[in-house]
Every structure is written in structure tokens, then in C-alpha cells.
Write a protein that binds this ligand. Structure first.
Ligand code: FES
Ligand code: FES
Length: 177
């Protein structure tokens, strides 16, 4: 069986498995995935647990990753569709000892309670700030409107995005990955 992918032409499957290569957080990673395997499952199997399974239905945004720089729902696309493309997960942004300015802004703004929704929100915020380094509140709200949170009131996260914009402007750490 063959299937066309946007990144690198046609893939062949052997016994229902595809050999693909995905650039994850800046490194090319070879993966073997099943024909019907979702990108969220493949990422989590490979240890990228920051992508969370919330609704598994395209509604909550907790599985958000960046695909070629744009937010994408990893529960709604097959892993094979990521062949030859660039994926950024939250693990590619920062770590507890060296947080990305957007992560610091979420912490400082008090936007994090249980944290389950935060990787998706931070990545959605990154995509916005890469395109628009100085968003207004309405633009920040629009960028996060696909990301549900069960703990907070959608106020602190918006403040966090605006704070992150200021931080990135002063640290000069903005720009596309
Ligand atoms: S788990 Fe993907 S949108 Fe909810
Ligand atoms: S902080 Fe708990 S779901 Fe958003």
C-alpha cells in the first residue's frame, strides 16, 4: 500500500507499518508507525508526553503541537502525515531549569493550575507571537480560543500571552524555531 504525504512524496507501507522521518524539536527522528496511528499516540510513545490527550476529538486543544510552525491538533492527524515535516512539542521549547520566556510568563501570570492544558496553550501562544510579536488582547484571545481549560477563567492565560510578548521583545528571543 502507498500513501501520499505533504512532506516527502509517497510512502510505502510494509505489513501496515510506515517508516517515516519527522523533524521533532529540531532533530530528524526516524519512526515506524502504523497506518492508522495518530500523531498524538506516536509522540507520546516516543516520550513526548507534553502533548496531552484530552477529548481525543479535536475539541480541547490539549494535544496541540506546532506543525511547520502552525498549531495543529495531534489527535486529529495520522502520524504518517507528519513525514518530512517539522514538529515542535512543549519539550522543544524549554525545561524547568531553562524555561522559554512564554513558559515563564505563564508561571508569573498565575495562569497555571493543574497544568494539563498549558503545553497546548503555550504552543498556541508561540505560534501567535512568532507571527505577531505585539498582539492585543483580542488577538491573544483568538489565538487561544481552541484551547480549553477546566481550572481557570481564561483571564490569566491571556495576561500571560501579553506578558510573554513583552518578555520576548526585551530578551530578543522571539522568532520562528
Ligand atoms: S485531545 Fe486533541 S483536541 Fe482534544
Ligand atoms: S490549568 Fe488545569 S486544565 Fe488548565
Amino acid at each position: 500500500m502507498t500513501t501520499k504525504t505533504r512532506g516527502r512524496g509517497t510512502l510505502k507501507s510494509v505489513n501496515g507499518k510506515f517508516d517515516i522521518t519527522v523533524n521533532i524539536n529540531g532533530k530528524d527522528k526516524p519512526l515506524q508507525v502504523s497506518a492508522g496511528e495518530y500523531l498524538l499516540d506516536a509522540l507520546r510513545r516516543e516520550g513526548y508526553k507534553g502533548a496531552k490527550r484530552g477529548c481525543d476529538n479535536g475539541d480541547c486543544g490539549t494535544c496541540t503541537i506546532l506543525l511547520d510552525g502552525k498549531p495543529a491538533l495531534s489527535c486529529m492527524m495520522f502520524a504518517a502525515q507528519a513525514h518530512g515535516r517539522k514538529v515542535v512539542t512543549i519539550e522543544g521549547l524549554g525545561a524547568p531549569d531553562r524555561p522559554h520566556p512564554i513558559q515563564s510568563a505563564f508561571a508569573e501570570a498565575g495562569a497555571v493550575q493543574c497544568g494539563f492544558c498549558i503545553p497546548g496553550m503555550v504552543l498556541a501562544a508561540k505560534a501567535l507571537l512568532d507571527e505577531n510579536p505585539d498582539p492585543d488582547e483580542a488577538q491573544a484571545r483568538r489565538a487561544l480560543d481552541g484551547n480549553l481549560c477546566r481550572c481557570t477563567g481564561y483571564v490569566k492565560q491571556i495576561e500571560a500571552v501579553l506578558l510573554a510578548a513583552k518578555k520576548l521583545q526585551t530578551t530578543g528571543k522571539g522568532g520562528k524555531r
